[in-house]
Design a protein around this ligand. Structure first.
Ligand code: MLT
Length: 313
């Protein structure tokens, strides 16, 4: 009973919920600056971040021997050097489910906004131009290609079917029967998918395999007038290739929630690209998702710290 509490630091913006757990001291400071995180980290048994904090070698080395668990309040763990963390014996946990609906809804929002020229019409109307000549496109009976039929991609498929779209997906890691269960056609290759769709949305993690997966060659395979959505990770769709395909008019429109470097600098090529709708990595940013994410990651990290790795991992 006199044991010192296990200490957890939450250094990124989230809704951590009730922090009052017996045997634990949880310190929440959203947006903690990096120098302070590095300085204070040696006092903690666990660190919880979102994507803002880069858990790289420098940070892991700053931690010292006390740190055992790194929790990612969200799905993607691409901000964490997993190899180095494992070399140092750190357990890395994420919150794989809590924000899936929010992420999927944001992707569908970008799809619809792209189809109807939301960004463009908003901008023009504010600038005093009442442009009613613009024609968008209906999504009903169009084909949506989903790259990555995991938790988020599956929800996007369901919502797109609600819009009466045909859905085809490419995901070599998902068994045939999941496609059948979801009523989604299976594309054997990415090329096959791209050649068949009117719009494509990516829902994969950022890995070596998926970085630049949709580049100039892939975008050229889309039929003219297509839509591209990236609400997953910056760089899965090559940034320059996307801008080129928008500028040339090959693409009808696109929507992005993510950048290779976040936040983008004021001269980022996306900011002046035509027919591109942009949000600021807001896929997980709903009241509902953040409440669940905080609860999910805190409980997984505490369970792991208690040695209950089966619950945590
Ligand atoms: C995720 O991977 O879940 C998102 O990046 C969540 C976030 O915004 O932290």
């Amino acid at each position: 009973a006199n044991r010192a509490p296990l200490r957890v630091l939450i250094c990124d913006e989230m809704n951590p919920g009730d922090l009052d757990y017996d045997g634990f001291q949880i310190d929440y400071q959203g947006n903690m600056d990096r120098a302070e995180t590095l300085r204070r980290l040696p006092e903690y048994d666990a660190l919880i971040t979102r994507s803002r904090t880069k858990v790289d070698r420098e940070l892991i080395d700053a931690a010292g021997p006390r740190l055992k668990v790194i929790g990612r309040g969200g799905v993607g763990v691409d901000n964490i050097d997993l190899e180095y963390a494992s070399l140092r014996g750190l357990l890395v946990l994420n919150a794989p489910e809590s924000n899936n609906v929010s992420a999927a809804e944001l992707a569908v929002m970008h799809l619809m906004a792209s189809a109807r020229g939301l960004t463009r019409s908003d901008r023009k109307t504010r600038a005093g131009e009442w442009d009613r000549k613009y024609l968008g496109m209906e999504l009903k009976d169009k084909t949506l290609g989903i790259v990555g039929l995991g938790r988020i991609g599956s929800i996007v498929a369901d919502r797109a079917q609600g819009l009466r779209m045909n859905v085809v997906a490419f995901d070599p890691y998902v068994p045939e029967n999941k496609f059948e269960r979801l009523g989604v056609e299976r594309a054997e290759t990415l090329e096959d998918l791209l050649a068949r769709v009117d719009a494509v949305t990516v829902h994969t993690p950022l890995t070596e395999e998926t970085t630049g997966m949709i580049g100039a060659r892939e975008l050229a395979l889309l039929r003219p007038g297509g839509i591209v959505v990236n609400a997953a990770r910056g760089g899965i769709v090559d940034e320059q290739a996307l801008v080129d395909a928008l500028s040339s008019g090959h693409l009808f429109a696109a929507g992005v929630d993510v950048f290779v470097d976040e936040p983008p600098t004021p001269d980022h090529i996306f900011l002046s690209a035509p027919n591109l709708g942009i949000t600021a990595h807001l896929g997980a940013n709903t009241y509902e998702a953040q409440e669940r994410v905080g609860a999910e990651i805190v409980s997984r990290v505490l369970a792991a710290l208690q040695g209950d790795v089966s619950k945590g991992a």
